[in-house]
Unconditional design. Structure first.
Length: 244
């Protein structure tokens, strides 16, 4: 493979190499291909950082770099920020807000913050809801570009599963201040994490935007367990006494 002096290599060249690689590549791999040595590795590090910030490539947890698939139009979806790692990586999960795209239950979405995006106005924080473009990276992993920070979602609700005489499953909140029960969707029931739903199980749900009147609905987030589970006891106390 041909080698190049670094002052003759552009960010576009680096991006092309990463996009054409069959797997993620390290900074050393890139330096070897373009014959970048010594102090010239400093601008290489800066170029890679800029490419990541601009959403043109992705940096993995192992400090390697891989392409982002932009061959298809991105899906647009509402996400909620679920984690901000010690390295500053922002992770999110989809919210069922009426968007058509279906995501796998274990899909991991990494959020990119492009400093050139003035529409975002501010960086999203933990629990914030954002509107984002979603790009496929590889199986189970997606990459999101924030279009707009929408604000914090409604707090999650802790409750017990129950079923009425017509076979409709719903959530009875443990917090007595919650006046409404919440109905679960058939999709949540069909993909219930621990097999078939059972009355009395403690679960955490995200209330969904209500359209008109009627019984409010919620999306299943977590199945916590039975009331006598030590973890369940502590979580109930946190919700009941407002320590969230």
């Amino acid at each position: 493979m041909s080698t190049y002096e670094f002052d003759c290599v552009s960010k576009d060249d680096i991006e092309t190499f990463i996009n054409e690689a069959e797997q993620a590549v390290s900074k050393r791999d890139i330096a070897n291909v373009f014959d970048i040595k010594g102090q010239a590795r400093i601008p290489l590090k800066k170029a890679l950082k800029e490419l990541v910030a601009e959403g043109r490539i992705r940096q993995t947890a192992g400090k390697t770099y891989e392409k982002i698939d932009r061959s298809e139009s991105p899906a647009v979806s509402a996400l909620v920020i679920t984690d901000i790692t010690t390295d500053g990586d922002i992770l999110a999960r989809p919210i069922d807000d009426g968007f058509d795209h279906q995501w796998a239950d274990d899909a991991q979405i990494e959020v990119n913050l492009d400093p050139r995006n003035k529409k975002a106005k501010r960086a999203p924080g933990l629990g914030d809801k954002v509107l984002a473009k979603i790009f496929y990276v590889r199986e189970g992993l997606y990459f999101a570009e924030v279009i707009k920070v929408l604000g914090a979602p409604k707090p999650t609700v802790l409750g017990r599963l129950a079923v009425d005489s017509q076979g409709v499953w719903y959530i009875q909140p443990v917090d007595r201040k919650e006046k409404d029960d919440y109905v679960l969707s058939q999709a949540d029931l069909d993909t219930f994490p621990k097999g078939k739903p059972e009355a009395g199980l403690l679960v955490e749900v995200q209330p969904l935007p209500q359209k008109g009147f009627g019984v409010p609905h919620a999306k299943l987030l977590n199945v916590i367990g039975r009331d006598d589970d030590p973890r369940a006891i502590s979580i109930i106390a946190i919700h009941e006494y407002g320590l969230r």
